[in-house]
Design a protein around this ligand. Structure first.
Ligand code: ARG
Length: 464
């Protein structure tokens, strides 16, 4: 960095120097953007190869650059690289080191580019790689869900609306609902990749460059689908980062909803599942406690990613074209979102195969909430009653059940017939929990046979 010490006579030299040093630290980004080092090197290698092909660098210079950058890459990986605040950011640090290592050729590398198109390229390369890591974790979690769903395809549990017992469902069906949410998450990331994978390099500071650069060549070398169409847009666009963090927010929102259910299900009041000990902690004061820390923490962390999304939206909203220093603030929310999503998905994917259902408790809970009331109404409709009349009859039956503390299936035939004389012995098939779920065998339904088919389909989808 230049030594632009404030020489204003009115302020003491001491004050001026202190301010200068502070601003240097304040504006530097190397502490966090060093994370882009390998992508920066990757981009520089491609840029250098392109410059050589158009005759701006000699083969010797190119070879020196490759050798220097390769050494720097190793130094960084080994933790031997000396990052300096004076060099402001990852780009300047690497360039300065390259020049120390290979001399003049190092200074030529920056021909026909700017840090503005460089950083935009680095972030895209970084995000592209991280999305594949995230998708791999999503697949791990989905695989675990399929396995647990298969074991529990016929496990009956209460389905809830308003967190009140509504209708019997199978646990396998519930888990497959989670699977669907995660499938959309993967799809969203794939969609977002299309817009990430466009190359800013060549836009230079904002207006492009007067060198006869070959942007198609650089794009091909870096695996981008094409060079960005407009140089101003290329250096200033962060839509792709916002799209990604938005997709990441939805992933976290899903994990947070799963977490909430897991927390409920492990409570003594539900007691639907057994959470593996290694994902829980005890209490320092209450010896009986086994707290579901991992889902709770994941639920809590979902807020960070939504917060990061808001940060990025606000960061961009008033920026005039083209690059502004504001953009340096894009990295921390982005990195934090990537880390949070990967860690939370990983925790879930590790935990899910170790979760055990408690079918007996789920079954008992389903029997308690008049969960087959809708089945009784449907039965009456099949016997010729209008649905509204059937609804009324079922209301009376539920009332009797409540008063005598019995489920609908526990009422006698005579009692049921006192509400509607069309009721016959076959009503009990509809009132059983097994009968209720088995009847819902259309596509998307909760019947065990349908759930098994859905799992089979899902396995094919995952392996594609
Ligand atoms: N560290 C900067 C960033 O992250 C790199 C680009 C700086 N360009 C500039 N003209 N100051 O955005």
């Amino acid at each position: 960095m230049t030594n632009n010490v404030n020489t204003n006579k009115l302020s003491s030299a001491r004050f001026a120097e202190a301010t200068n040093a502070f601003v240097e630290t304040f504006t530097a980004s190397v502490d966090f953007d060093q994370r882009l080092a390998q992508q920066d090197i990757q981009g520089s290698l491609a840029h250098a190869q392109m410059l050589t092909s158009i005759g701006i660098l000699t083969n010797t210079e190119y070879n020196n650059i490759v050798q220097g950058l390769t050494q720097i890459s190793a130094e960084i990986s080994d933790g031997d690289f000396k990052w300096s605040i004076q060099q402001e950011d990852v780009h300047m640090n690497i360039e300065a080191r390259l020049t120390v290592l290979i001399g003049n050729a190092g200074k030529k590398l920056h021909t026909g580019r700017s840090r503005n198109d460089q950083v935009a390229t680095d972030i895209r390369l970084y995000l592209r790689a991280e999305i594949h890591v995230i998708q791999a974790q999503l697949t791990r979690l989905q695989t675990a869900l399929l396995n647990l769903a298969e074991i529990n395809a016929a496990t009956i549990m209460p389905g809830f609306t308003h967190l009140q017992v509504a209708q019997p469902i199978t646990f396998g069906h519930h888990l497959m609902a989670w699977f669907e949410m995660l499938s959309r998450d993967t799809e969203r990331l794939t969609d977002c990749l299309k817009r990430i994978n466009v190359m800013p390099l060549g836009a230079a500071a904002l207006a492009g460059t007067s060198y006869p650069i070959d942007r198609y060549m650089t794009a091909k070398l870096l695996g981008f689908s094409k060079p960005a169409n407009n140089s101003l847009d290329a250096v200033s666009d962060r839509d792709f980062a916002i799209e990604f963090v938005s997709a990441a927010s939805l992933i976290m929102l899903h994990l947070s909803r799963f977490s909430e259910e897991l927390v409920l299900w492990t409570s003594a009041q539900f007691d639907f599942i057994e959470m593996p000990d290694e994902f829980c902690t005890g209490s320092s004061i209450m010896p009986q406690k086994k707290n579901p820390d991992v889902p709770e923490l994941v639920r809590g962390k979902s807020g960070r990613v939504t917060g990061n999304l808001m940060s990025l939206l606000m960061l961009m909203k008033s920026q005039p074209l083209a690059y502004n220093k504001d953009n340096q603030e894009d990295k921390e929310p982005l990195f934090d979102s990537v880390d949070t999503v990967i860690n939370c998905l990983r925790a879930f994917a590790d935990m899910m195969p170790k979760i055990k259902s408690k079918p007996e408790n789920m079954y008992q809970a389903t029997k308690q909430g008049f969960a087959t009331a809708t089945d009784l109404a449907d039965y009456l409709v099949r016997k010729g009653l209008a649905f509204r009349d059937a609804h009324e009859v079922v209301g009376q039956a539920v009332r009797l059940g409540l008063d005598t503390q019995r489920d609908l299936a526990e009422l006698s035939l005579t009692e049921l017939q006192s509400f509607a004389n069309v009721i016959e012995k076959d009503v009990f098939a509809s009132l059983s929990l097994e009968g209720s779920v088995a009847a819902r065998k259309h596509i998307g339904g909760t019947a065990p046979e349908t759930v098994l088919k859905a799992i089979e389909q899902a396995r094919l989808q995952l392996n594609n």
